[in-house]
Design a protein around this ligand. Structure first.
Ligand SMILES: [Zn+2]
Length: 434
């Protein structure tokens, strides 16, 4: 059994070149130094911080294709020294309902996929997203350091800090004499913040060829990790009516806006009717000139759900509401969308993986709890595709999806070491995953 890593100072070149410093001594000390890649991670902190500032200063809102691709190229360059095969993969565009009620395709950036030792006995899948929620014209564009050990900026926690923690953990694994026991694949996807529809197939494929998954969403602000996640669905409702002059021909009009308002109210009233299900009407568009009876309205909502039957329940409720709306003369309603991310329960396999990570955390002086959250991420997709995974192994931060987003700088190496220790112990056989 492999013993714990031994702390040894790295050898300087001068030390190696010292007269009388034999080849055998050099070999032994080099191997010992490599046996402690966690120290190597600690030494990377200043460079990781600098690189994170550069990544976050580059806007990569989900629809800023050039920006997302620039972050992808920067990360691929950073991974280059690890000797993985690298692919840049074009994805299908993102389809969304426009204010005109029609489906529009919007291009997304390329995914980056890196693979190393795909035939190894234990295969680990790691992923993180390149995009952020801040569009190219957002006011929140650059990183500042408001306090020691804190960076505030777009994507510093969600998820660019996590990309660096992932890189450092894999770089540490590649220093291990046991690295050949682990094969790894990294997917950096460009569309997580808009639901990963374009990269969903890549996630599902990867889930099928790996044994466990590590996802680099940010840790909770108190440093803890996530156990169960709710599922999520996005729905678009397009209401068609009939336009007419508001003065001369009001009776001939069929007001799509009024019909849509009744639907918004009906959907919102589903809140509180089923344990664990919440529905958030989040977008409404309709009408224009006040002397025209509006013939079109668009309404979008998000649903969070916990149980496997929640989706059926919701669809039944929506059917009732739509049937009632469609029964009104001159009104027709279309519903698009569905559940994109099923709920991720903290099941037995995820608990086992959490226990291994918790154990590594204790070695590093971290006491990690696994808490449920209503948020969801690619960990949900991987779970649905059968891959056990822990999905917020990224940096510690908070106020994500707001202009106050922050991260704790020292968590770059703290969380990199957490993942690295897991990988090193799995590689050495000190921990087992079957
Ligand atoms: Zn994220």
């Amino acid at each position: 059994m492999e013993s714990r890593a031994v702390a040894l100072p790295a050898l300087s070149l001068r030390e190696i070149q010292r007269p009388g410093y034999g080849v055998a001594t050099f070999y032994t000390r080099t191997v010992n130094a490599l046996a402690n890649p966690l120290d190597w991670i600690d030494a990377q902190l200043p460079a990781m911080r600098e690189f994170l500032v550069r990544l976050a200063d580059q806007n990569s809102g989900s629809f800023n294709v050039a920006g997302v691709n620039a972050v992808g190229r920067d990360m691929a360059d950073r991974f280059a020294s690890l000797g993985a095969t690298t692919e840049f993969i074009d994805l299908a565009p993102f389809a969304s309902t426009g204010d005109d009620g029609l489906l529009h395709a919007r291009p997304v950036g390329r995914a980056v996929r890196l693979r190393k030792r795909p035939e190894a006995p234990l295969r680990v899948f790691l992923c993180g997203h390149l995009d952020t929620v801040y569009p190219a014209d957002s006011a929140f564009q650059s990183v500042i350091s408001p306090a020691d050990d804190v960076l505030r900026g777009p994507g510093v926690a969600d998820l660019k800090g996590g990309l660096l923690a992932m890189w450092a953990a894999l770089a540490a694994l590649e220093q291990s004499p046991h690295r050949d026991r682990i094969g790894w694949e990294v997917l950096l996807n460009p569309d997580e913040e808009i639901g990963s529809a374009s990269s969903a197939a890549l996630l599902a494929e990867a889930a099928a060829r790996h044994h466990l998954g590590l996802v680099y969403e940010p840790a909770l602000p108190d440093g803890h990790l996530v156990g169960a996640r709710k599922g999520s669905g996005n729905f678009d409702v397009v209401v068609h009516g009939r336009a007419a002059h508001a003065g001369r021909d009001f009776a001939a009009g069929r007001n799509a806006l009024a019909a849509c308002a009744r639907l918004v109210d009906g959907v919102n009233a589903l809140n509180g009717q089923r344990e664990g299900v919440t529905i958030n009407p989040g977008y409404l568009h309709g009408g224009g000139a006040l002397n025209i009876v509006p013939d079109l309205a668009v309404f979008k909502f998000n649903v969070r759900a916990t149980g496997p039957d929640d989706g059926c329940w919701l669809h039944e409720q929506l059917d009732l509401l739509l049937t009632r709306a469609n029964a009104v003369d001159g009104i027709s309603v279309e519903l698009r969308g569905g559940f994109t991310r099923p709920a991720k329960p903290f099941d037995e396999r995820n608990r086992r993986l959490a226990a291994l990570i918790g154990d590594c955390g204790r070695t590093l002086g971290l006491s990690l709890e696994f808490k449920p959250t209503g948020g969801c991420c690619d960990g949900n997709n991987l779970h649905a595709a059968g891959l056990p995974n822990i999905d917020n192994l990224g940096v510690v931060g908070g106020d994500i999806h707001s202009e106050r987003e922050w991260m704790r700088v020292s968590s770059l190496t703290e969380r990199a070491k957490l993942s690295a220790l897991l990988l090193l112990r799995l590689a050495s056989g000190e921990l087992a995953w079957s």
